[in-house]
Design a protein around this ligand. Sequence first.
Ligand code: FAD
Length: 492
Amino acid sequence: MTEPQQVDVVVVGLGVGGEEVAGRLAEAGLDVVGVERGLVGGECPYWGCIPSKMMIRAANALAEARRVDGLAGSAEVRPDWAPVARRIREEATANWDDTAAVERFTGKGGRFVRGTGRLAGPGRVAVGDQVFQARYGIVVGVGTRPSVPPVDGLAGTPYWTNREAIEVATLPASLLVLGGGAIGLELAQVFARFGVRVTVVEASDRVLAVEEPEASEVAAAALRADGVEIHTGVRVERVDHDEEAGFTLRAGDGARFTAERLLVVTGRRAHLDELGLDTVGLDAGQRYLRVDGRMRAGDGIWAVGDVTGEGAFTHIAMYQAEIVVRDLLDHVGRRRGGPDASGTASSIGGAVGAAGAGGDDSGPDTAGSVPRADYRALPRVTFTDPEVGAVGLTERQARDRGINVQVGFAPLSSSTRGWIHQVGDEGFIKLVADADRGVLVGATSVGPAGGEVLAGLVVAVHAAVPVGRLRHMIYAYPTFHRAIRTALDDLG
Ligand SMILES: Cc1cc2nc3c(=O)[nH]c(=O)nc-3n(C[C@H](O)[C@H](O)[C@H](O)COP(=O)(O)OP(=O)(O)OC[C@H]3O[C@@H](n4cnc5c(N)ncnc54)[C@H](O)[C@@H]3O)c2cc1C
């Protein structure tokens, strides 16, 4: 190993969260080393959000064309995967090449190192035979990988994870999807709409098990209408594969499912095993890297993104990145100029102020100049058709917390816009209120624009807008979001 190189900050893992933190700190004038062993940008642009949403956009276009009959004449639809694969390869991922992203980072003044970073004692990161000693801190943004269940026979078979599913150039005739969560359902519906015979096998008693049961029902019905077979409550005990017959899943009750390909989407696991957490006094066996409200995992160590276990979403990684940047710059200011951070901001080019430009320091979720993470109004969207948007607590979660729960429900089909929309109008608004406080603590919005309608509900939960005030808002007619008004009335 070479002599340690002194730098200001080392960021390990340049996915969504790490890239944002590293770039912002470099722009603020710090000497930042960014370490990435895969592609700068991480899972979201290459194998996650962006290509999967391109696939969904294409599949939804097919579905809309199939809805022309009875509404606007007739349409003949001949699906072709080639333009989708081409768009993903050329427009989304540049053939899975991160040159532009690396240049984006180095253009901000960061130093890029390709390789696997490993903690090697306080403030120290080893990458191959290079060692970096960070003056101010290390940021861990190593993300997650697919968590593959220990089913007999599965290891060693050519099963797909999200990566192979996103990279596929030619579609199989049939596909088994093991896992009925958000990613499983999104991909299942896409492939079914392109003519693949898709079977979803889920261990829980319903798909989208973390969301409201009503959302599970609507999503399952929509996928079944697209020809997807869904089997819930199935414990897969064995997987077999051969070139001729493809994959066979065998369940405990004797059921068998077969298909040409198998996609395993049964959750994610943080990349913590070989990170060297023990060298900095952190528990190497933890499932996620636990952090406080300022994203600090330990002395001089911050974490960002999926690795924190606070929600595997790009918007969480970006939200946390903002907090890390502000807290780290505050820390740098204090270290450089003593306890008065405000007086030292100028010593790093006014970077504390610049970093804070996008945030509001007021309110209960702040500590001094640095905001604390607040996940009460965490939004999540499953981009099936209809979309399933949700924020905050489900009814069950609210009851389990001892909240005096009131529920309001409005089916979209009984709203004016749903009735006009006709085919494809499945969905609803469900509100979960804390009757004692008179505010919403959670909401679900399922429908053709469920993710967009969610925005208003996120504001309501985030800002704890009184239900009385929500009732006296004006909701544009005839929008899908007007169903929120009906659901508010249903709260009683
Ligand atoms: C199919 C799919 C669809 C998705 N769709 C959405 C969506 O619609 N909306 C949404 O909000 N989220 C979506 N997500 C989730 C989203 O992709 C993640 O939340 C996001 O990528 C997390 O960013 P991150 O920075 O925490 O980690 P990642 O993006 O996983 O990046 C971590 C990086 O760290 C690198 N790394 C790991 N260990 C080391 C090491 N020791 N040294 C150096 N580098 C290392 C990895 O190579 C990786 O590039 C989707 C995910 C998938 C799989």
